[in-house]
Design a binder for this molecule. Structure first.
Ligand code: AQP
Length: 328
């Protein structure tokens, strides 16, 4: 069975973009694949953060993943910092990755912009991500389109490692969904929907109540025309609404456009209703999980033990390949 691995940062509340771009695929992959999913808390400390909030967000993210449909009997769900191989392998891969290739990463440029000083951790984020993936002999990585460049880097690092030290690491493939791969911010449809967006008005968090979901979708930025057409370059706001509606109803956004005439009101109402209906079962499951924190801890503890058993084996191969003396 092919192995899949993916992760999500506990940097804020999970939103519709995370779900449609990535997590929905994770849920679908549980049966046909050996799937490992991870809350990547070490990535979340690459930017200034509130320590008191981080642990709570990590737990909340894990609960949201379970509410979204991850089943611990069919996949392995764990927290990144509970498995030490992630950091150990990062160091080895740091000695294979180059400054030049890390400098080309657009996420580092975007997230570093406007910051007075930027941590080495933020610069090194893609190498930690490569270690996350390569530590599990991963075949396939389901991610949103924004992570395409990091995935390419993980592949390059694995190929270079194998070339230098002999076949050791599995070279992974990206799996990017055709619809929903990039959900944009409702208030600024040329930027992607993001957990850490400056203003929350353009984001739909998975736990938002129906009233605020409806309000945000109805206030979504569109354009001064009235024609509903799927054209990302010329009509980013309208196309984003069509993408969201298409992704939650399983229909093609271009075809959907034909259902709406005479302005954008009908499209907004239909999208708001569809999103509210789509999220309702997830929100109900989340409330049940909230009432059972010990159950969630047990899932994460078992997940870490299962993940560690795999990662330790890969790390032993890596140590051997680079010539690190085994501990007597
Ligand atoms: N807007 C999006 N549309 C589609 N997919 C998205 N993803 C993120 N935003 C969108 C996908 O969600 C997965 C988890 O993302 P992440 O938490 O690891 O990091 P991110 O891509 O940096 O997500 P955010 O929400 O923008 O977080 P912050 O604000 O902290 O940077 C990934 O597979 C990603 O592709």
């Amino acid at each position: 069975m092919a192995r899949v691995f993916s992760g999500i940062q506990p940097t804020g509340d999970m939103h519709l973009g995370n779900y449609l771009g990535a997590v929905r695929q994770w849920v679908a992959d549980q049966d046909a694949h050996d799937a490992l999913y991870c809350v990547v808390d070490l990535h979340a400390i690459t930017l200034p953060h509130d320590p008191a909030e981080l642990a709570a967000r990590t737990r909340r993210t894990a609960m949201l993943l379970l509410a979204a449909g991850l089943d611990p009997h069919r996949c392995t769900l764990f927290v990144q910092s509970h498995v030490r191989v992630h950091t150990e392998l990062t160091w080895v891969l740091n000695c294979v990755a180059t400054m030049g290739e890390l400098r080309r990463m657009t996420q580092f440029k975007d997230k570093g912009q406007g910051q007075e000083s930027v941590s080495v951790g933020l610069f090194d984020y893609p190498v930690l991500m490569a270690a996350d993936i390569l530590a599990y002999d991963t075949d396939r990585v389901p991610v949103g389109d924004d992570q395409r460049q990091h995935l390419e880097l993980a592949r390059d690092i694995a190929l270079r490692f194998n070339h230098r030290f002999g076949e050791t690491l599995v070279v992974p493939e990206a799996a990017i969904p055709p619809v929903g791969a990039r959900i944009m911010d409702l208030a600024n449809p040329t930027a992607k929907m993001s957990k850490s967006a400056e203003s929350p008005t353009g984001t739909i968090a998975l736990l938002d109540d129906p009233k605020s979901i409806t309000k945000r979708i109805k206030s979504a930025v569109t354009d001064s025309e009235t024609e509903v057409r799927f054209d990302v370059a010329a009509k980013p706001g309208v196309s984003n609404l069509l993408s969201i509606l298409g992704a939650v109803t399983g229909r093609d956004p271009e075809t959907l456009a034909g259902d709406f005439t005479g302005g954008y009101g009908g499209l907004k109402t239909a999208t708001a209703e569809a999103v509210v209906e789509f999220l309702a079962p997830l929100q109900e499951r989340y409330r049940d999980l909230e009432a059972d924190p010990a159950g969630v801890d047990a899932v994460l503890g078992e997940g870490a033990a299962k993940a560690e058993a795999i990662a330790d084996g890969v790390m032993a191969r890596v140590r051997d390949a680079v010539g690190l003396l085994p501990r007597p």
